[in-house]
Design a protein around this ligand. Sequence first.
Ligand code: NAD
Length: 311
Amino acid sequence: MFSVVTGGAGFIGSHLVDALVARGDEVLVIDNLSTGERGNLAAHLDGEEVELLVADLLEDGWQERLAGVDRVYHVAADPDVRGGASSPASMFEESVVATMRVLEAMREAGVPEIAFTSTSTVYGEATLIPTPEDYAPMIPISVYGAGKLACEAMIGAYCHSFGMRSFVFRFANIVGERSNHGVSWDFIRKLRADPHALEILGDGRQTKSYLEVHACVDAFLYVCDRATETVNTVNIGSEDWVDVVTIADLVVDAMGLESVEYRFAGGDRGWVGDVPRMRLAIDRLRALGWRPPLDSRESMKAAIRAQLGAA
Ligand code: NAD
């Protein structure tokens, strides 16, 4: 297959590229390198299978490269949920406008399939946990979540209007090697600066589900190979959850530190648009035959090991 991965130089996108190359796909990565890095694709850039086109989806010049493509994996976005509170217009552009531009380019080039990286934040502050895909009403509480939900709506409309198919993945927190954001990354950075004290956002009792990135990509492609609807919307996460203080303890242990004082910023959540509890129902994934190989704690431990080894 000939695949395009937007955002393929980023954390999740580059792992997806690894998996696509291992399957024998030819891959064109379109990435503006805003948060992604060329180094994440280092294993491939000397070979024939992967081409990196450094381009911004919000500008022109990449659309004609979609000719002959079998599937677009639209992964590019600004993944910083917090950023939406300080610059909502930019979040909207990076999410909704960029996705519209991808859909339009696909329609003009006749690309039949799109796989899209959505998020648990589309559910807002769900009262039903674990939260299933058909949960309602969906009222996102962050600009990031609202933008992703708008993207999902446009993707559905394009599929039904223009004969495309889609795979929409609502991710829990994805963690692991090459990630340069998220809770364990933040704790490692802070503890390197001051190994005696750690500022923890919220009250530390925020409890969420985490999944290691290789497992995430495995689930992602597993669904793309098997799901048969016009629009296939699937949660991806582990089946349990872990609280923030436990993650802090795991990081402190892994760094071999002792007597670290935890200082809580206070409140029941980390930032505007955060939710105190998140866990996704993965019955659709299970019905297709996929089970998470790691739980939240194991996923987080693997991520911490990788992040400590990287810097
Ligand atoms: P990331 O920042 O590592 O990857 C995003 C990539 O997109 C980067 O390589 C960046 O350079 C590129 N990009 C951003 N804007 C672009 C633009 N306008 N044009 C071209 N390239 C652009 O983030 P990630 O954590 O790998 O997230 C990947 C996707 O998964 C995002 O859509 C994110 O919203 C979604 N997601 C991530 C998580 C998570 O836990 N990491 C959870 C839910 C959803």
